[in-house]
Design a binder for this molecule. Structure first.
Ligand SMILES: [Zn+2]
Length: 76
């Protein structure tokens, strides 16, 4: 949760990491961009090969490392 004071403009530097994952449907490697400035993310990324929605769950562990969980939409 980010609280804005109203006086200052807070610029959040987004660090985008380009990561390669394998599509859980067709198995093709696709590139996704990770934004590690957000602690937890859960979104869909369409596979660039078969166009099916890949569920990408990103969280951080206690060491601050990014944990990436790739799921099929029909798995959960
Ligand atoms: Zn695919």
């Amino acid at each position: 949760m980010i609280t804005l004071s109203g006086i200052h403009t807070i610029l959040i530097e987004m660090e985008l990491l380009n990561t390669q994952i394998n599509c859980p449907y067709c198995g093709e490697p696709i590139d996704i961009l990770l934004d590690d400035s957000v602690e937890q993310q859960d979104y869909y990324e369409d596979c660039s090969v078969c166009c099916r929605p890949i569920r990408v769950c990103i969280s951080t562990d206690v060491d601050g490392d990014l944990l990436l969980d790739i799921k099929r939409d029909d798995e959960c």
